[in-house]
Design a protein around this ligand. Structure first.
Ligand SMILES: Nc1nc2c(c(=O)[nH]1)N[C@H]1C(S)=C(S)[C@@H](COP(=O)(O)O)O[C@H]1N2
Ligand SMILES: [Mo]
Length: 180
């Protein structure tokens, strides 16, 4: 009986060891550098400890391919900038990733304005209030590498069905800079 129990325990540990850590190490090895008036480096636990926002996200690539709709959870970009001194009047936020990809958000966009938005038929619609977040959960699960994880920019809205341009959805974000 004891042997059987031990066998079960050992096998459970082996199985857990083979499945869980892949996703875990993606997040565990990740660091986010935020450069403002000061510079801060955050871990995934630090990111998750900041106030979380939820919303609907849906984007389209330049080729017309749609990604989503998703429910998105993350941290407002203004709160992230706040960690390193905040976004001053009229400044920009530069968001980049290890592959060299960079996207710049202006002061208006940080307030959720000035984005081009589409309905599900890709017909342009007036933009509702939006929010830029650094997303770490998509549809209730940690963001996978293929989806741009562990952390990716998402442009979210309160109501579903609002599509934004995919180019702003920076994948694998590891650096945020506040610039003039
Ligand atoms: N780091 C990074 N993020 C990125 C990109 C990229 O090349 N690198 N491409 C952007 C563009 S142009 C689009 S449309 C979306 C979806 O791109 P995908 O089709 O390569 O997933 O991700 C955006 N985020
Ligand atoms: Mo794109």
């Amino acid at each position: 009986m004891v042997v059987l129990l031990l066998t079960i325990v050992v096998f459970s540990l082996i199985i857990a060891g083979c499945t869980a850590p892949v996703q875990d190490s993606l997040a565990a090895d990740w660091r986010l550098t935020i450069n403002g008036t000061t510079e801060k480096v955050l871990t995934m636990n630090d990111l998750r400890a900041l106030p979380a926002v939820n919303g609907h996200g849906y984007c389209v690539s330049t080729t017309g391919f749609r990604f989503g709709p998703y429910t998105c959870k993350g941290v407002d970009l203004r709160d992230l900038a706040g960690v390193a001194g905040g976004v001053g009047e009229g400044r920009q936020v530069w968001v980049s990733a290890p592959d060299g990809y960079l996207w710049v958000f202006d002061a208006d966009q940080l307030e959720g304005r000035g984005f081009v938005t589409f309905d599900e038929n890709l017909k342009e619609i007036p933009s509702p209030p939006l929010r830029i977040i650094l997303m770490y959960e998509q549809n209730g699960t940690p963001l996978s590498y293929d989806d741009g994880g562990p952390a990716r920019i998402a442009i979210i809205s309160e109501q579903p069905g609002v599509i934004t341009e995919g180019s702003a959805w920076v994948k694998w974000v590891d650096r945020i800079e506040i610039r003039d």
